[in-house]
Design a protein around this ligand. Sequence first.
Ligand code: TNX
Length: 515
Amino acid sequence: TTLLLGGFFLILTSCRESYPPTDMHRNSVIPKPVSVVASNGTFVLDEGTSIYVQTGNEGLKKSAVYLAEMLRNATGFELEIEETDDKPWRGNIFLTSNVSETENSSKEYYELNITEKLVTIASTGAEGSFYGIQTLRQLLPAGIETAGALEEPLLLPTGTIKDWPQYEYRGAMLDVARHFFDVETVKRFIDYLALYKMNFLHLHLTDDQGWRIEIESWPNLTKHGGSTEVGGGEGGYFTKADYKEIIQYAADKHITIVPEVDMPGHTNAALASYPELNCDGKATDLYTGMKVGFSTLCTDKEVVYEFVDDVVREISEMTPGPYFHIGGDESHSTEQDDYVYFINRAMDIVKSYGKTMIGWDEVAHAEINSEDVVQYWSKEENASLGVEKGAKVLISPAKHAYLDMKYDSTTVLGLTWAGVTEVDKAYNWSPEKLVDGITKENILGVEAPLWSETVETLDDIEFLIFPRLAGHAEVGWTASKDRSWDEYKERLGRHQNRFKALGIDFYQSPLVPWQ
Ligand code: TNX
């Protein structure tokens, strides 16, 4: 027996050695993990591999189902999911809550340990296991992104990654008001956020050109106010069922939806749908142009606050996340006193439904406090004022983070009011070094908005967000001291095959060494 066993192990050993040395670093994970230690061997993932989950851990089990589905889609083979209390036998994947790192209690923390025998993802929370799986995904060949593209066995480089994010809020915004995007398109957007470990999707649901969320107590908002968009197209809106479907789809990927109803400006779609919201009692015409700052709710009419209450209540009831975004930007047709009065009341309504208020940086002029969030997009002094009042800041500087700025002067899509934003400018900045006096403690996180005045299709979305989105994800996840454009651009260059495998028509920036 000894001899037989010995021979068996000799064969196994020599099999393993037949793979050339690997280097985990070459696989170019984005966002860059906190630590990577490569051990240069190979793990072989094949039809015999099972996914083991610590017994009774439902969160990890969901992650296992997600992972099995991803592998099944690319390879066609069905991985079994098993529960276990012990470390599994060789050749398998193990999701466990036994982490070795004791200092890090973040629910987003994970350790990915790949040896020649076993792939282990240890995390205290389901979030961490999901992020560990995203890292594993990026260590696999790009074909993992395409149905049926891969043949087993799949080879993984061995080593250990320990990782957690710098900021708890890593988001993007999609403007579904200027042009409407359907549920399927929003789901694709969510898929892209998940790949880069982003965890918030802010939906800009209302604006001058369209109202995109069903409100049962004010049905004309969508019926009339949702019937067009920039350029005069047919518009559209999410029914309550659609919205709930988006919430669930996002939640399965550990992404929280932040609904925005922009007020008191950016409200023409509502003003056109209900005459009583206007000071003169007359409904406006629908608007399909691209101007901003011309509309306002009538801030001294009580019916306006009944309207706001109904809207905030109906949306909050469907929204499990903690935030409600009240807009508050560019209210150029509202007197400043009226603006402050309105924001104070809208904020109270948001709080009465148990939500935390987020507003664009102008809301810093209202009576905000440490419970509120100011989204810095244009004026440093507004962001500073917010911090003085104790509010947290969500960082979205237009000149770095706006996904709707053109890459250069020749880009067909996009706007230029905040300048042109090449891929390096989108990456090369630090949230905590942007505004004097605003430090990491004041910052909730980072968000990259995509406004859609010029954006009409999923292809348009993809072209503007890729590759800049990957950089924003890294700005939010990875410590500034660990980031440099020169190193990042090499990693990004190696993501080209992944973009292609996903069918993404990305911007082939001349600044990136695509390979
Ligand atoms: C400014 S950013 C706006 C939006 C526009 C965007 C276009 C902000 C709070 N307001 O209404 O869509 O510029 O880039």
